[in-house]
Design a binder for this molecule. Structure first.
Ligand code: SIN
Length: 304
């Protein structure tokens, strides 16, 4: 029997597989197609202080081995997420919940994190300083170390739950950003969010997406994500949730060898809604194939 369990800042996970925020709704939507209690955890839809309709359509462009999105943080707002969405998820789901928070100012991050910190059903807060699809806030917080440190310090002051900062790959030096998270007192790091991308429609000769540029994700970005997880693991002592192009059990193992303590699955949920279930089911046999007894033992092994 192999051991597929892991943990994040003291939060125990039955397995490392977590649907990434924005690709799995508030979780309960997927319970109609499989029992979501098999998941390691769920990172629910990114939430802002106010409800948001999101960006104009089209918001999605297909690409080779991936897709570009520009959703624009569509969500019902923090109060409704707390009063309706999380309680609805809890009626059917017993495993850890990760709440993903976005903002347009430090005050907004602080207000939302303080509110979500008071929700007993939330286990981890993922602070998204990396959304590429809003003109203010979002990724603009995640591209400068001093901004990342300031947001981290501010939310840490009003929270007691583990704080994971979700980073953008759209920077020249991911290590300096990760160090700023550590300096600010973060409990962990989620990386990577989407990489900026563009498609042009040959018929209209205009960008496919109404907002023109969006965030590129999917299998094509896996080596980029893996490289950044590897670099960040070497530079900081914080646990990492590895994200980016993960589509199979082998990818999960690679991410953990690079240094991830758990792994989020994003765009693959949109290609195959059973992706997380299939990965979890396949993990034991892939571990046996590569003579891995316990996933916890292989975290960062590629660095030895
Ligand atoms: C979006 O809502 O536009 C995507 C969220 C993100 O990339 O952080």
């Amino acid at each position: 029997m192999v051991d597929i369990s892991t943990s994040l800042s003291g939060v125990k996970l039955d397995n490392p597989v977590i649907p990434a925020s924005g690709t799995f709704g508030f979780g309960y939507e997927f319970n109609d197609i499989y029992d979501i209690n098999i998941l390691g955890a769920i990172s629910i839809k990114g939430t802002t202080k106010e409800p948001r309709f999101g960006n104009p359509t089209p918001r999605i462009a297909e690409c080779t081995a991936g897709l570009i999105n520009s959703i624009g943080l569509q969500n019902p707002g923090i109060d409704k997420v707390i009063s309706e969405e999380i309680p609805k998820l809890r009626t059917i789901y017993r495993k850890p919940i990760i709440s993903n928070i976005s903002g347009f100012s430090i005050d907004e991050y602080v207000e939302c994190c303080e509110k979500i910190n008071a929700v007993k059903d939330v286990d981890i807060i993922e602070v998204n300083v990396s959304c590429p699809n809003v003109h203010k806030g979002g990724m603009s917080f995640g591209t400068l170390p001093e901004n990342v440190e300031a947001v981290t310090k501010a939310v840490k002051k009003v929270t007691t739950k583990p704080i994971y900062i979700k980073l953008t790959p759209n920077v020249t030096d991911i290590v300096s950003i990760a160090k700023a998270c550590e300096q600010g007192g973060a409990d962990g790091i989620s990386l990577i969010n989407t990489s900026q991308g563009l498609r042009i429609d040959l018929k209209t000769k205009r960008p496919v997406i109404a907002n023109k540029i969006g965030g590129f994700s999917g299998r094509a970005i896996f080596p980029i994500a893996l490289k950044m997880v590897y670099q960040v693991y070497e530079a900081v002592k914080l646990p990492i949730m590895g994200i980016g192009g993960v589509s199979c059990a082998e990818d999960v193992i690679e991410m953990m060898l690079a240094g991830a303590s758990a792994v989020q699955v994003g765009a693959e949920n949109l290609v195959n809604p059973f992706a997380c279930r299939d990965i979890i089911n396949n993990l034991p046999q892939v571990m046996e194939k590569y003579k891995i007894k316990s996933l916890k033992d292989i975290i960062g092994e590629a660095h030895k």
